[in-house]
Design a protein around this ligand. Sequence first.
Ligand code: PLP
Length: 223
Amino acid sequence: MINQENLFNIKQELGDSVKLIAVSKKQPDEKVSSILSLGHHVLGENYVQALVDRHEKFKNQQVEWHMIGHLQTNKVKYIAPFIHLIHGVDSFKLLKTIDKEAAKNNRIIACLLQLHIAKEGTKYGLDQQGLNELLSMPDLSGLKNIRICGLMGMATFTNDPEQVRGEFKYLKSVFDELKSSHFKLNPEFKELSMGMSDDYKIAVEEGSTMVRIGTSIFGQRNY
Ligand SMILES: *Cc1c(COP(=O)(O)O)cnc(C)c1O
């Protein structure tokens, strides 16, 4: 079972303007059933295989599935039929593949571009230059089956809240800059996915619109 009170409190805290993605990775199926029965249907996984398995298992529960981990181009096809949002897009090649697979499924797939904001930790994500290069690719506007809906980032794993705050502030500033320039005419560019169990409060203060929370809802993961 999951802690209903925790879930309720977190949702209360986030209010209506910040979306909660409950990260069910490495959690038992019973906990997924449990959160679904409490009425929360927005879930995130970081492995394609887990997404595919769980999508199948919980098919008749209308789960909104989020891919929050690093995605390899050769695996996009497995999630393209059902994925709601891909958070960690960090190359044009990946974006092109998502577009192709989305088209095969007659879908438009929402994506977030992942920016590398941490000092250490994850090695994934674009730097500012890579982001600008991606956005200036001449072929980008030809990708009709993807929709870039915002940015995603992960802060450094540290006990220093000011470090974390600075990284989130930076991500928000890049987001705001793009929103008023490259995406000026794209109202769907509006999501900022930042914040996990340990740092979501700071992320929300700094303008997050989506938090990805695992352990604070489900408890420690089984590895
Ligand atoms: C695992 C994971 C989370 C959730 O982490 P918690 O600390 O358990 O809340 C969030 N985002 C990503 C990308 C993850 O891989």
